[in-house]
Design a binder for this molecule. Sequence first.
Ligand code: C2O
Ligand code: CU
Ligand code: CU
Length: 515
Amino acid sequence: MGKLSRRDVLKLGGLGLAVGAGGGLLRWLTANDHAAAGAGTVPTLTGSPDVEVALTAAPSEVSLFSGKPTRVWRFSGEVLQGSPDVLQTLPDTYLGPIFRLKKGQRVRVKFSHSLPEESIVHWHGLHVPEKDDGHPRLVIKRGETYTYDFQVRDRAGVYWYHPHPHGRTGPQVYRGMAGLFIVSDDEEAALPLPAGEYDIPLVIQDRRFDNNNQLVYLTNNMERMTGFLGNRVLVNGRPDFTLPVATRPYRLRLLNGSNARIYKLAWEDGTPLTVIGTDGGLLEKPVQKRFVTLAPAQRIELWVDFSRYDVGTRLRMFSLPHSAPGGGNFAVFTVEVAREEKADLPLPDKLTTHKPLREADAVNAASPRTFTLAMTMGRGWTINGRTFQMTAVARDEIVRLGDTEVWSFNYPGGGMMGGMMGGRGGGGAIPHPMHVHDLQYRILRRQVSVSGRSAWETLSPGFVDEGWHDTVLVMPGEKVDILLRFEDFEGLYLYHCHNLEHEDMGMMRNYRVKA
Ligand code: C2O
Ligand code: CU
Ligand code: CU
């Protein structure tokens, strides 16, 4: 293996072979993955990494309710090299350990699993080479190892990791496989933001349990078309989550790790939310919102000062009613003001300066690359009429390395879907959280149709379109233009709906970055 050149590897790729990174793992692809996989064997990094982690996934159980423990699938990690606090293991949860890395660090992760089906790990939001992106063609079986080797190039922010095997991402995440990947950098460290025990990650998910405390998933086809909704909210893998706080500022880092549920987050006393960050890190300046819309896979960072509450106050974060499926009125978690504490940490009015990315620099500003989202009879959700094929890339899915482009997610109507899914306003409007791998993009503009407008307005005031994103919610009747730049890495990457049931049914496609 060591003697193969990159060109040889690409040739092998053409013959239907895939070559894993690192350990020289070589294996046959399954029958329908013909062709050009070509994950390079040439390591991007030479020498030893700053951090090396063994990440495993295995069946396990966790005690969530009185009575029987719940069977889950869980990531666990071990630091093989580097500081042990690179991994933070949360107690009593099915969630994987939190990776805590600094921008610039070189990390090696050796992933293996003992699951009864194939899996692979994707680093959601991170800008990594193709071979480290966790594409479904790179899945490994029980007992095999996949080695990732990459440098953390992203801005400080909240990223995350989860499995990405085709058709099985939804069930694997649902059983518990997900974890945070938090990046810090010097610029962020210089800001007077709450840190340490005042910087709280909160992973929001919904689940359904049977009478024996076991997870229930997809009981009918309608749930596949809407996306699976639980009937109970868990935060950091715990039901009825309560966060004890002191009377001082906090930084709350929220990830919507749910398969399909969209949250419309608001404090129960009507206090506006102060948003300081999105998927790709800090905003230039804080933004105030009456409520925040958080779609699957999205992250939002809040700055919140509890000094205006008395000790003993219980304040709930609610999800308010909205037009999409699962848009009820319910508590997500509770904050309990538990103790007095003074801290002089005013909210900075300037957080950072974003690197400029201008629409005028886009090679296709006059005619954006358009992706039409639709329900196609007999095939389910489609993108430009297509569904996922393991290595297929259409001509209009090839972009040039170094180019800036405008992409337009176009989701016509709402009326037809309303009819099909059981009536307008009756939870019939199914939005799509559209995710692009390998980069963070800007959101340029949204246009909404007249017929989509009233449903749209139940969520749109909560969109935080400032800053950098890897996932954007596209509502029925809406057209959302985003601005992206393809930098550093050639290769095969994914874009897809992050409603995991939609993704698994094929509302996902490859795009190729070509030099
Ligand atoms: Cu978080 Cu392709 O996914
Ligand atoms: Cu991703
Ligand atoms: Cu979707």
